[in-house]
Design a protein around this ligand. Sequence first.
Ligand code: SF4
Length: 383
Amino acid sequence: MKYIREFRDGGLARKLAAAISREADPDRHYNLMEFCGGHTHAIFRYGVQDLVPANVEYVHGPGCPVCVLPVRRLDDAVELALKEGVILTTYGDMMRVPGTKQKSLIRARAEGADIRMVYSTQDALNVARDNPDRQVVFFAIGFETTTPPTAVAILQAQAEGLTNFTVFCNHVLTPPAIAHIVNAPFEPGEKPVRIDGFLGPSHVSSVIGWAPYEPAAREFKKPVVIAGFEPLDVMQSTLMLIRQINKGRHVVENQYTRVVTREGNRKAQSLVAQVLELRRTFEWRGLGYVPDSALRIRDTYAAFDAEKRFTVSPKDSREVKSCECPAILRGVKKPTECKLFGTVCTPDNPMGACMVSSEGACAAYWTYGRKRGAAIPAKGAAA
Ligand code: SF4
């Protein structure tokens, strides 16, 4: 398939691996955070970590939208789903994420809640059209990639005069998260990880462009390379980061030129800006409250905002005990450092979002055989 096969070419991978080995300074350790779960899965699926020298280490970042949703918002979604007359619609991965006391949406469905898995916002709108006597809530999660379809769904609902469609908006933004993670607070006893550079989001950047990462790269002196999701994309981006680090440069470069431009998709940006606005602060699992890092529905569209149409009670929400997802999302622990990994917690019986999500780091370790890699060394953890 064009744009797939040529980015998985073994001969080119070996050449890139040789170039990385040649250019990586043996006297230093490179901690490269791949922001996206898609990058994490590419690294493990194709064994990229094994192709690069031991002093080039990939640190898994918070770029899995299911994983970063805090338990409290999931608990709120469960409460919404259990309200009389409500149909809650959401993407498949969200259904199995455990909330407080391990209560997931799928468990709420077993208790009688009407929760339906959808593949798109258009599916959710169809549920609303087909059920005019019910209130249909779309549980919207995701980074900037999935935000435009949410905005379009709200505009469509308004144009059609749908009065039974609302959105529980949990869309989050990547540039503030990258800026925050460099200075993320650490829990007592955690060893801080020095991040030397970022493999920047690819699909997200196709929407917002790569310019929004420039302030963080400049301020924190960390290079960012927007990287595609195929193995050669990741390896070429690694080489680009190593070259910047070696020269003491810290700018945004774009490896994913076949998709991403500096400006991004202006039409999508303007649709989002019409319907959604910045939240002053928003909680991320692992990162805590991050300023200006999420979106909410503008007052003009309040009729479609589930947070305004329904009330949810305050909660004492809690992570599953011993789940290390928050530390993994900060890059300070690997999945194999969680004592539940592969024992209590597996994809069939997930204890945390990082094992449920198709983009989660724990799922990547399990799926591609790293479950045997308890010995994967936690290299270069020193600041
Ligand atoms: S292995 Fe399971 S319990 Fe441990 S951090 Fe990952 S998701 Fe959480």
